[in-house]
Design a protein around this ligand. Structure first.
Ligand SMILES: [Zn+2]
Length: 601
């Protein structure tokens, strides 16, 4: 291996030497198995009383479970890295399955803890959670108790969770199976090629409108062929959830996603009102973009159309240097961590076959290190991916010495540091060029992101909301699902999309609607984007003196609600529109600049 290839591939041996055949990793797994067995036994023998000795034993047990949970996730993340670096490594895939099943056993033991917690009155609870072994993770335990109290009795929850494997979640697997089997014949340059839905998706960023139009037609006809199955799955999943919610006494289908997101309904409402304010500016952006693209009717498939072909290729070294330079300018600490990640080979960036697609950051809790996975072939977008994933790595680095349960942040806050880095590096790249076409291209990349959040993601939220309301009354037909989808798009896009430009079958084509782990998996994206944008605005106003505040904010993301984090570190109230408006204004300012520049080039 030459030095360059070496530098671009990651070092997993410092975690466990020897890849999927690692003897150290094997003994690590065996210890976990023995500890899981021991935990199950000691749970059965724990006292059910509420005196000091009993609480000592319970606190000790909870701390042991925390440590065990941390090691299981560490092993799971490591296995995941192994599968990503070599998709043909069957041993690695089996190891990952094993680790996931260990996580399941851990969860099941934890329901025993929930049962005990539920039997405690508030005074006893305060004593237990104030125990020196638990007080550092009080937020986690209070949240756990709150969640347990708002569910059915533990026995029934266990039954429902057991049934959902072959019911609720099985519908999601069936959907994935159907989506995975869909293929289309795509014609380009007179040649026909067979494409999966994932490959077809890439065609929507083609500069050639005929390609985009063909991709859309093929997408609609592929999903049209399995529309009735998709409708059956969506109706069944929603029916399952609504019945479960009823049994738990939950009235709104939004309660679960809000609990998962550690978010208040008022916050969500304030955020969406601010987003709606950007409607006129979004229309201005698309008008300017239509002129640049030379089209009259803006359709669904034009959303990711590039305005021009700018060759912004960049080498891995250049990208690393650029990112480090601007991170350091804001915070030397952030720059230093990025340098460590690159020099100590935490990053797998090599462009070679046999790797998984996409990018991610894995947190190896026990080692207090991150690993970043991506493929770097020289595109500007990949420099952004690098900045993005280094943001995640910094977030983990800041939290590395906290107790494991205090490091677990919600999805809403998960993209805070990554989006922040992207904004920082994009603005640096814009300041770095005098070429108006290049500036315009960079601005478009930036605004396109906001456009996706404000229009497409908002339409998904509106659809989910309307769909669940109607589903309470009965099954929705395919036709009705399409109608609801178009109605939601009409509200979210305003008159941006032309009358022939909607995507009625989007409810079937978008896998997020079928995700059983995270219902309403649309608003967390928008929240994360705008929250980070608001923080970025504050950073710009306050300069590098903000760096310490930012670090303190990240440190608390695993032990507070979103509202509490914002109040404590930014001094803002997320339940009112003010903060969100400021974040939206930043996007509007970019659009004004885009419209102006577009008239100059
Ligand atoms: Zn991310």
């Amino acid at each position: 291996m030459n030095t360059k290839a070496n530098k671009m591939s990651w070092d997993l041996d410092t975690i466990f030497p020897g890849g999927s055949e690692s003897a150290e990793f094997e003994s690590f797994r065996m210890t976990i198995d023995a500890d899981l067995e021991a935990a199950e036994e000691s749970l059965a023998g724990l006292p059910r009383k509420t005196d000091d000795t009993a609480f000592d034993k319970w606190a000790e047990f909870c701390a042991t479970m925390q440590n065990l949970g941390e090691r299981i996730i560490h092993g799971e993340e490591f296995s995941y890295c192994l599968t990503a670096q070599d998709i043909d490594d069957e041993k690695a895939a089996a190891l990952l399955d094993e680790m996931i099943s260990r996580a399941g056993s851990w969860q099941s033991i934890m329901t025993g803890v929930d049962e005990f917690i539920l039997g405690l009155d508030d005074d006893s609870w305060a004593i237990l959670v104030g125990h020196e072994k638990l007080s550092g993770t009080m937020f986690y335990w209070n949240e756990r108790r709150f969640n347990a109290r708002h569910r059915m009795e533990a026995k029934l929850e266990k039954l429902a969770a057991g049934l959902s494997g072959d019911g609720y979640h099985a519908w999601a697997r069936l959907y994935e199976h159907i989506a995975g089997g869909l293929k289309v014949e795509f014609i380009s340059d007179g040649k026909s090629e067979t494409l999966s839905m994932g490959q077809l998706h890439n065609k929507f960023s083609s500069a050639d409108r005929d390609i985009r139009e063909q991709a859309f037609e093929k997408l609609e006809s592929a999903w049209g062929s399995v529309e009735s199955q998709a409708a059956m799955i969506l109706n069944s999943q929603a029916g399952f959830r609504l019945k479960l919610y009823k049994a738990r006494g939950w009235e709104s289908p939004l309660l679960e996603p809000l609990m998962i997101g550690r978010l208040k309904q008022e916050t969500l409402d304030a955020m969406w009102s601010a987003v709606a304010r950007a409607g006129k500016s979004m229309a201005d952006y698309i008008s300017a973009k239509k002129k640049l693209l030379g089209i009259e009717n803006f359709r669904w498939y034009d959303q990711r159309a590039p305005i021009s072909k700018i060759d912004k290729s960049v080498s891995y070294e250049e990208a690393c240097d650029f990112v480090i330079k601007y991170l350091t300018e804001f915070s030397p600490d952030m720059g230093k961590l990025a340098r460590t990640a690159i020099d100590d080979r935490w990053i797998e960036a090599e462009d070679r076959s046999g790797k998984a697609a996409g990018g991610f950051q894995a947190e190896l809790f026990v080692s207090k290190q991150s690993r970043i996975f991506m493929t770097f072939s020289g595109d500007y977008d990949q420099m952004m991916t690098l900045a993005h994933e280094l943001g995640h790595a910094y977030h983990s680095y800041v939290m590395r010495d906290l107790d494991y349960f205090s490091q677990l942040y919600s999805m809403n806050l998960a993209e805070t540091a990554s989006t922040f880095n992207e904004l920082l590096v994009t603005d640096a790249a814009m300041a770095d060029t005098d070429d108006p076409s290049e500036k315009l291209w960079l601005l478009d990349r930036k605004i396109e992101e906001a456009f996706g959040h404000f229009c497409d993601l908002r339409s998904r939220f509106l659809f989910d909301k309307a769909f669940y309301e109607e589903r309470k009354k009965g099954i929705l037909s395919r036709k009705r699902l399409c109608e609801l989808m178009v109605e939601s798009q009409k509200i979210a896009f305003g008159d941006i999309l032309s009358e022939d430009g909607y995507h009625p079958l989007f409810w079937a084509a978008k896998s997020h609607f079928f995700d059983t782990e995270s219902p309403f998996y649309n608003f967390p994206y928008v929240f994360g984007y705008l929250f980070s944008g608001g923080i970025y605005e504050q950073a710009r106003r306050e300069g590098s003196s903000f760096a310490d505040k930012y670090k303190a904010l990240l440190l608390d993301t695993g032990s507070m609600t979103c509202e509490e984090v914002a109040k404590k570190h930014l001094g803002v109230d997320l339940t009112t529109e003010q903060f969100w408006n400021q974040s939206v204004d930043r996007v509007i300012a970019d659009i004004d600049q885009f419209v102006k520049l577009s008239q100059q080039v």
